[in-house]
Write a protein that binds this ligand. Structure first.
Ligand code: B12
Length: 229
């Protein structure tokens, strides 16, 4: 098992160097590792995957009582800096254009926003116009923003289990009283660390994305079907 505060070689072999450095909260070394991997031409998506694995380990250690909240805060800061390094490479091949409108927010009760912000940046670089409502957004606020912004996709991020019922409420509110012909209501897309197939089914959402890249692909696919910017 990973021992916090120690650079444990067996963990490095099991999880990969970068994930282990992130999990061990070795900020400087983790960022240097990212820079090395970027310089070697590795795809940012792969590097991001390793960082998320590190974050998953941090989460497990928090659950097991090895890290206090300060560990989560430090991990959040490492992830924020990691995203700053990765973002220019990911959004560098800026696409522009007018791909469609996405209404985005982290659902009520949840303050996590690193992944949401990254998803927003990727969407924008792929030509989507994004209205980001921020964090801790009540489902009713998504609904209230709809008439003016007219999103093609409503996207909600969720990392906290206690917030999952609000995803269900979001879907229910969008469905309630909706008189538009089939396919004309905005599609509801969910994602974020703890969202999986089970949460997706429970929520009643139309789609879920395992990561930000998958989320962008889903939005692009929906726009092709919709073909009305
Ligand atoms: C960093 C962190 C924090 C930071 C957040 C900083 C910030 N500005 O976001 C701080 C310290 C503030 C924090 C606070 C708390 N946290 Co916290 N946190 C984490 C941690 C370690 C990493 C999260 C992260 O940034 N990951 C990296 C990003 C890039 O990944 P991501 O968000 O999943 O996003 C990716 C994809 O999911 C996708 N994506 C994201 N959103 C969306 C949306 C759509 C539509 C799509 C398609 C894709 C998509 O894009 C990203 C890139 O691919 C996680 C552990 C984990 N396993 O995730 C715990 C974790 C989420 N936190 C947890 C907890 C318990 C808390 C606190 C309650 C702690 C406390 N005791 O106060 C508070 C919650 C406060 C609140 N109400 O929200 C738990 C949640 C457990 C649960 N089952 O509910 C976790 C899982 C840790 C754990 N196992 O204990 N946390």
């Amino acid at each position: 098992m990973l021992v916090p505060g120690k650079n444990n070689n067996s963990t490095v072999l099991e999880t990969g160097e970068l994930a282990a450095l992130v999990a061990d909260l070795q900020e400087e070394e983790a960022l240097q590792c990212i820079e090395r991997r970027l310089a070697a031409g590795e795809a940012p998506a792969e590097i991001l995957r390793a960082c998320r694995e590190g974050m998953r380990l941090v989460g497990s250690m928090h659950e097991q009582g090895h890290y206090y909240i300060s560990g989560l805060i430090m991990a959040g800061e490492i992830m924020r800096l990691a995203v700053e390094l990765l973002r220019p490479v990911m959004v560098g091949k800026a696409c522009g254009g007018n791909s469609g409108r996405v209404l985005l927010g982290t659902i009520e009760g949840d303050l996590h926003d690193i992944g949401k912000n990254l998803f927003r940046d990727l969407l924008e670089c792929h030509g989507f116009t994004v209205l980001d409502l921020g964090v801790d957004v009540p489902p009713a606020d998504f609904v209230a923003a709809e008439p003016e912004f007219k999103p093609h996709v409503v996207a909600a991020s969720a990392l906290i289990t206690d917030s999952f019922p609000h995803l269900r409420e979001l879907v229910r509110l969008f469905e309630a009283g909706d008189r538009r012909p089939a396919g004309r209501r905005p599609s509801i897309l969910i994602g974020g660390g703890q969202v999986d197939e089970r949460v997706f089914r429970m929520s009643g959402a139309d789609h879920w994305g395992e990561d930000a890249f998958a989320g962008v692909h889903i939005c692009q696919r929906l726009m092709k079907k919709n073909d009305a910017p």
